[in-house]
Design a protein around this ligand. Structure first.
Ligand SMILES: Cc1cc2nc3c(=O)[nH]c(=O)nc-3n(C[C@H](O)[C@H](O)[C@H](O)COP(=O)(O)O)c2cc1C
Length: 254
């Protein structure tokens, strides 16, 4: 099993990296065949997004920035699961992680990481854990990733450190690593939530009437997702009641 850990901290040996390192050790104790690869976003070539819209309108291959983005996408696809880790900087993800999301924004329109399991890791000094973890999980969800576990770790300044707090943080990390591992070895297809089913139908409607030379239209058509009978990105049982409600709501919103 291959896990790719994407570290979005400018510090290559900072709190965020060390937290993921501890997760690696925990996972290896459960299964020593798990292979880990780290990508430090601060160390690869991922130029700042220029906001030109070329990737979204004409296709990601037309992006004027020539750097490590494509090889990063290949690595994410080849991994069995991806850990996304960021520190909280000014109540948000780090700028490096935000740039990563911007550079892969075309995947929010053309999701291609379906059934790929993810773990979200956030480190902070005091606040922002759940806000940042939810934001990151939501954005990755639009690209197809399934968040199996989220863990936020608080690193108190040295004068506030105490054993009890440290133990609490470590226990949290161990629990969430356990949750992640159980989902990793579970091979049953993950059932999408109602909101995800609705998001699929809404996008299906939007892209069906999009200009035919738009990259999104071509991608959705090639995947066969523009056919009305399709309920989701991959084959999964969608109950009749869910089907009817999703169809009604998407018609109403459209
Ligand atoms: C520029 C900057 C902004 C930060 N903003 C926040 C913040 O909004 N809330 C908070 O609780 N901690 C904040 N912190 C503290 C970091 O979240 C915390 O130290 C984190 O563990 C750092 O991870 P790193 O060592 O991987 O960079 C900030 C730190 C920096 C350098």
């Amino acid at each position: 099993m291959k896990i790719l850990a994407i570290i979005g901290s400018p510090k290559s040996n900072g709190n965020t990296y060390r937290t993921v390192n501890q997760i690696e050790r925990e996972l290896n104790e459960k299964n020593d065949e798990i292979e880990f690869e780290y990508i430090q976003l601060s160390r690869i070539r991922l130029e700042p997004c220029k906001g030109c819209y070329v990737c979204i309108e004409r296709g990601e291959e037309k992006c004027p920035l020539k750097d490590d983005r494509d090889s990063l996408e290949i690595k994410m696809k080849q991994a069995d699961a991806v850990i996304f880790a960021t520190p909280v900087y000014t109540y948000n993800v780090s700028w490096i992680m935000k740039n990563f999301l911007d550079r892969f924004a075309y995947r929010c329109h053309r999701p291609d990481f379906h059934e790929k399991k993810a773990m979200i890791v956030v480190s902070t000094g005091a606040v922002g854990l759940s806000f940042v973890a939810s934001y990151l999980s939501f954005m990755l969800g639009t690209m197809g990733f399934i968040t199996c576990a989220k863990v936020g770790v608080t690193f108190a300044p040295p004068h506030e450190k105490n054993e009890k707090k440290l133990k609490k943080e470590t226990n949290k990390l161990i629990r969430q690593t356990e949750v992640f591992y159980k989902k990793l070895i579970d091979t049953k297809p993950v059932k999408p939530s109602f909101l995800k089913l609705l998001a699929f139908k809404m996008q299906q409607k939007a892209f069906s009437s999009a200009p035919q030379d738009l990259a999104d239209f071509k991608f959705w058509k090639d995947k066969g997702w523009l056919q009305k009978k399709e309920d989701y990105y991959y084959k999964v049982h969608v109950g009749k009641v869910n089907k009817i409600i999703v169809s009604l709501i998407s018609k109403f919103i459209a």
